[in-house]
Design a protein around this ligand. Sequence first.
Ligand code: GLC
Length: 736
Amino acid sequence: MLKKCIAVAAIFFAAAAVNAQEKPVYLDDSKPLNLRVEDALQRMTLEEKIAFIHAQSKFSAPGVPRLGIPEVWTTDGPHGIRPEVKWDEWDQAGWTNDRCTAFPALTCLAATWNKDMSSLYGKSIGEEARFRNKNILLGPGVNIYRSPLNGRNFEYMGEDPFLAGQMVVPYIKGVQSNGVAACVKHFALNNQETNRNTVNVVVDDRALYEIYLPAFKAAVQQGGAWSIMGSYNKYKGQQNCHNQYLLNDILKGEWGFEGVVVSDWGGVHDGMQPIFNGLDLEFGTWTDGLNTGNTNAYDNYYLAKPYLDKIKSGKVGTKELDDKVRRVLRLCFLTTLDRNRPYGSFATPEHALAGRKIAEEGIVLLQNNNNLLPIDLNKTKRIAVIGENAIKAMTVGGGSSSLKANYEVSPLDGIKNIVGNKAEVVYARGYVGDPNSNYNGVVFGADLTEKRPAEELLAEAVKLAKSADIVIFVGGLNKSPYQDDEGYDRKEYALPYNQDKVVSELAKANKNLVFVNISGNAVAMPWVKQVPAIVQGWYLGTETGNALARVLVGDVNPSGKLPFTFPVSLADNPAKAVGEFPGGDEVHYTEGIFVGYRYADKQNIKPLFPFGHGLSYTSFSYGKVSVDKSKVNADDKVTFSVKVKNTGKRDGAEIVQLYISDLKSSLTRPVKELKGFEKVYLKAGEEKTVSITVDKEALSYFDDKKHAWVAEPGDFEAIIGASSADVKNKVKFTLK
Ligand code: GLC
């Protein structure tokens, strides 16, 4: 007994002694961040510093156990928290507590044109990452939509750098408010999946600075992103995960980025460049030297033992190492070592509701002839739902953004839920696309095996369509290879699986036909004149069916607008018509700054549906736009105001777009460029004045000779539009 008392006493005094010591600076959160970083840095051994800057497992790095600096855990992806994989494998760990909320794809978020939805999205997904103890979320992605064939467009925010930049900032802040770092990707020029690991992008400086960089610049300078992910491809012949031009000169030099550059998984290919060209944290390296990782070969990483050996042999110094370590330490102090950060939450009803709200605000009503929509359930007795995408799970698949959702309401179930016993809902497959619904070991959703031949499926669908008051065809793309899927580009612009034939036959069978396009990309619609109503449905996540159904029956008035152009055919897409896509070892962005609507305006091409287009179940009228000063000094802000009225019978929201046109410029410029937008909510009959303020940045172009942004004095025009092609009115002003 006596011995026990002595032992307890000894521990007590030892503990008291420790407490009496001054708390080390790096653990004292009353001290400034950079002092804590320096204190931790000088306590670390060389070996600890080397271990600190590369992976120890598929998705984690070791931290500094001896100093109590926790491991760094990364997680995919931009739409939800990826299910756990094994320590060193892509295979599922088979955990039972990692079924997440699947949020809508980022094309849908962009289509809301609503920064509040972006904040809600970032906060919610950040809470899920936090709860799962991840401190780097590998998202969002903001690569520009250059071609409708890019397999990963669904993960990004459209064709316009201003829209993508404005919409990514609140997402980043929302994520980081949880003490989780956003990792904005893929920096930069990753606009295709073909040859993504090696393709060298050739692009002029004006297109680089005016089109492909702005969303990343906004993420860093306005969003304060704590990390950025280098992309797989090359620029100027260097791999972008260790690219002097992009990472050192631009990101860290011109933009002053103080965060961490994380490699893409397998994006590091060189022994020396990662040391000097701006990489800070190495993941997923192919340690077999070819294209896969040898098992648990983390010591073979370029920034592991090879780097340590170079330092020990005196071949390289430690200045670059300390800079990398400082950056990762800073991220740790902002995340795992921030004792005041919230605890997060996971797969909650609140997050599902958040996802549904974002989905409802992002769905775009593309066409609604004879006001076929919304469906009037008092008059409609029989609804025929046709198409594989009415029953196919879309939260699984598509590559690294694939999820193990806690649930996913299919479009068919959503329609059945909302219709209840007010009408009969009948279903036919119509065609077979991809019966698999699994990715990386996650099997999710209905069993879609189908033995019947195509003719029989079509005949069944047509018969059903003839018997219904209204037909809802739910088709489009899916998350399978060569559709909307990482690692592959689409092979064609047309809908796959012979859907055009099915839609055309249904249109003959019943004129009351609605086409719901579930996709993250534009598609050809040769039957557009035969189908009165067309809805862009996106990938909507956990609450897909409920969001879609609420729009279709009018419980929600659609208010989304397109974040990218729907060309009539691929020939109208500049990447195909002028540039190269996907190119070979090199890809030339010969179209330069004329991406998306910028090209349509230049060539006077009428798209199938233009950038910024989206209808409502109500209507809006616009007054004349006014400007607060017709003569603008270089440092002035200038405000444009326009009255918008809801002239219909039901409440709705309108997205007012401000485009700037430089009427005379030394360098060629697009006819107009988006430089402001405001989503305004109006009750039936209500009128509000919408004001949008811009500064000289909105008037500037990038002068590649001067390597500087220039706002050139002269005449400009502010153009107010309900889309890039629906100009309401304009006002001239002069920059002095
Ligand atoms: C993938 C993707 C990247 C993802 C990473 C980890 O290849 O390019 O977006 O975050 O590897 O899965």
